[in-house]
Design a binder for this molecule. Structure first.
Ligand SMILES: [Zn+2]
Length: 199
């Protein structure tokens, strides 16, 4: 009985998630040119993760939804659909060869928090980390230089929250600090090569 009701709940949740994107789309299209608030959207969508739906509408459907990131005069809780015209982001798709190149370059490790696919997912108990390739600058081009490996949590959260470094990252930093100065310098020079390459 408990199992059944939890399955039922899950399927209802799933259905309302699919509907949320449609509801937000309809709401925004009805308010084109007018500023709407996250409170209004949350009320309409009836889900907490409505920001993800907004990203999907923007990235997958090309809706011209602006936020504070695009228009500094907007408040942090405001969105504005400027026009009903769709403008799909060009060359958003990352092809298989490019995906392989990025993973070969960066390794199977989240570039933000340092988790790997063998780590447990802190936000989804019982699941392992999943990694994705995504744009560094979300409005930038789909070129290798603008692509990085992100875990799902960082990918979803990086536009609105700061993810603390993973415990294993902190322990690596502690380990490095205990090393002799000469070894630390070696690591420093290695990292310098990566982050401040001399051209
Ligand atoms: Zn991460």
């Amino acid at each position: 009985m408990i199992l059944l009701s939890s399955i039922w709940k899950k399927s209802v949740l799933k259905r309302s998630n699919i509907g949320a994107r449609d509801k937000i789309r309809e709401f925004l299209e009805g308010k084109v040119g007018k500023i709407v608030t996250t409170e209004q959207i949350a009320r309409i969508a009836k889900i907490r993760d409505f920001q993800r739906r907004i990203r999907e509408l923007r990235n997958d459907e090309g809706m011209q939804i602006l936020s504070r990131r695009d228009r500094p005069d907007l408040k942090p809780n405001e969105y504005l659909l400027v026009s009903l015209k769709r403008e799909p982001r060009l060359a958003l798709r990352i092809d298989k060869a490019q995906r392989t190149r990025i993973i070969e370059r960066d390794g199977l490790i989240c570039s933000m928090c340092g988790v790997t696919p063998s780590d447990p997912d802190p936000y989804h108990p019982g699941r392992k980390i999943t990694l994705h390739i995504d744009h560094d600058d979300r409005r930038g081009p789909t070129i290798d230089e603008n692509l990085r490996v992100f875990c799902r949590n960082c990918k979803e959260g990086r536009s609105n929250l700061v993810v603390p470094p993973a415990p294993n990252t902190l322990s690596v930093i502690r380990t490095i600090r205990r090393l002799p100065r000469s070894d630390q310098r070696l690591i420093f020079l290695e990292l310098k090569k990566k982050f401040e390459p001399t051209t």
